[in-house]
Design a protein around this ligand. Structure first.
Ligand SMILES: Cc1ncc(C[n+]2csc(CCOP(=O)(O)OP(=O)(O)O)c2C)c(N)n1
Length: 253
């Protein structure tokens, strides 16, 4: 019997969007990147903008994002995605342009780029994955690392006297006149996955309304870097990350 005869349209509860390629993702089991990729792909499919979307992939674990979403992509040097997205959107105002960046990329190496793109109010979407460390290079401290958190470069825990304080860059960007929508989400359970998807969709819709920059932070896990199982990582994130990085909309105009 053919699969189509068993799974009738009325019985279908979920199907993988064709925008997600069949390439096997290189992410570690439990990593948030894969879930966020899926949400972006679903939003693009549901909005029918596959041919009109250009992603800018970063340096970091999600450097290969272009292998997983069947849309047009550019590859930026570390931290430079908002600058590249600015040029792309200005050259192609009819396109939906988004960046996808980790916290090392966006909140450390590319701080200036993201600040000025948001301040200029570029009509782009910025997706920011905050897992509190530099994942790809082996779990070094990032600006978003929590106080006391052990990383490869803070083996005794982050000490504010030595290493400074965690940077709440999302709150900073919300202060800038160029941002129209700034929100912090997570994908650690089904309810939050749905909320994150809604936020991503809103951000994409905003980018055609000349309202300015939409910024979606996703607080995510890096279980390899954190040296915890996927389940424990989610628990650790809820207990430790959310008090410092509370979920919800920070700005919506
Ligand atoms: C200018 C520059 N500095 C440093 C590096 C090395 N580097 C590559 S990936 C990475 C860390 C990426 O961390 P993050 O942006 O948080 O993304 P994650 O891997 O955690 O998703 C670093 C420091 C680089 N490629 N370019």
């Amino acid at each position: 019997m053919d699969l189509k005869d068993i799974i009738k349209p009325e019985n279908r509860v979920y199907g993988k969007t064709p925008l997600l390629t069949d390439n096997v993702m290189h992410y570690c089991p439990g990593c948030s990147h894969g879930t966020v990729h899926k949400l972006i792909a679903e939003v693009i499919e549901e909005m029918g903008i596959q041919e009109k979307t250009i992603g800018v992939s970063p340096v970091g674990c999600s450097v290969f994002a272009y292998n997983y979403l069947d849309i047009d992509w550019q590859q930026a040097a570390h931290g430079r995605a908002p600058a590249l997205a600015t040029a792309t959107k200005r050259l192609h105002p009819e396109k939906y342009v988004f960046t996808y960046q980790g916290d090392g990329d966006l909140a450390s190496i590319g701080t200036a780029e993201v600040m000025h793109a948001c301040n200029r109010g570029e009509n782009i979407v910025i997706i920011f994955i905050n897992n509190a460390i530099y994942g790809m290079t082996g779990g070094q401290m990032a600006p978003t690392t929590l106080l006391g958190m052990k990383t490869a470069t803070t083996p005794y825990g982050r000490d504010p006297k030595l290493h400074g304080n965690p940077l709440k860059i999302t709150e900073l960007l919300a202060q800038l006149d160029g941002t129209c929508f700034v929100t912090r989400q997570s994908v650690h359970n089904p309810a939050n996955v749905r909320k994150a998807k809604k936020a991503i969709r809103k951000a994409f819709e905003n980018s055609m309304m000349d309202k300015g920059t939409s910024f979606v932070e996703i607080v995510g896990t890096c279980n390899s870097g954190w040296k915890l199982s996927p389940v424990k990582s989610n628990e650790w994130m809820v207990e430790n990350m959310f008090p410092k990085y509370p979920l919800g909309d920070i700005k919506d105009i």
